[in-house]
Design a protein around this ligand. Structure first.
Ligand code: GDP
Ligand code: MG
Length: 163
């Protein structure tokens, strides 16, 4: 059985883009509209010699913590619970939002190791967002560009102990 890596985070942070990069096929639907990935998608991911099952979770309907549907919390927590490691994505260009902070609170008590990833950090434009991600209280974040393939070695280093 392959180890399981799950990707979580609010809509539009680049979860499906990262999933597609790791799986190497356009299996997950990528769209500019928030929350467009309706279903959980799974595939076999590869990264610099690592091999694992990868799960792309659906986003939330609305980017407002007051209206986060409870089932989305339940779905995220269930997906994280069955994983060997969770990649928690934020958007480095936007920084930490209230929804990111809310998700971090759900994840903080999890027994599953959580890796904070500040995506969309290509060309150092997201450096402030990467620093801000420390405030989530889930350990040291690193910058990634799922779209442009930057930060892949850092992603390898973060996953390696868990897969
Ligand atoms: P999801 O809702 O979290 O699954 O996010 P998507 O993967 O659908 O991506 C949302 C938007 O962000 C799309 O327009 C992507 O092209 C864009 N995106 C994803 N990754 C990156 C990245 O590394 N850099 C930049 N600049 N845009 C990205
Ligand atoms: Mg998606």
């Amino acid at each position: 059985d392959l180890p399981v890596v799950v990707i979580v985070g609010r809509p539009n942070v680049g979860k499906s883009t990262l999933f597609n990069r790791l799986v190497g096929k356009k299996l997950a639907l990528v769209d500019d509209r928030p929350g467009v990935t309706r279903d959980r998608r799974e595939g076999v991911g590869h990264l610099l010699g690592l091999q694992f099952r990868i799960v792309d979770t659906a986003g939330f309907e609305e980017d407002d913590p007051a209206s986060l549907p409870g089932r989305m919390r339940a779905q995220t927590e269930a997906a994280v619970h069955m994983a060997d490691v969770a990649l928690f994505l934020i958007d480095a260009r936007v920084g930490v939002t209230p929804v990111d902070a809310e998700i971090a609170r759900w994840l903080r008590d999890s027994d599953t190791p959580i890796v904070v990833v500040a995506n969309k950090a290509e060309g150092k434009v997201g450096a402030a967002g990467v620093s801000e991600a420390y405030s989530l209280g889930l350990g040291e974040p690193f910058g990634l560009s799922a779209e442009h393939g930057e930060g892949i070695v850092d992603l390898f280093d973060a996953l390696r102990p868990h897969v």
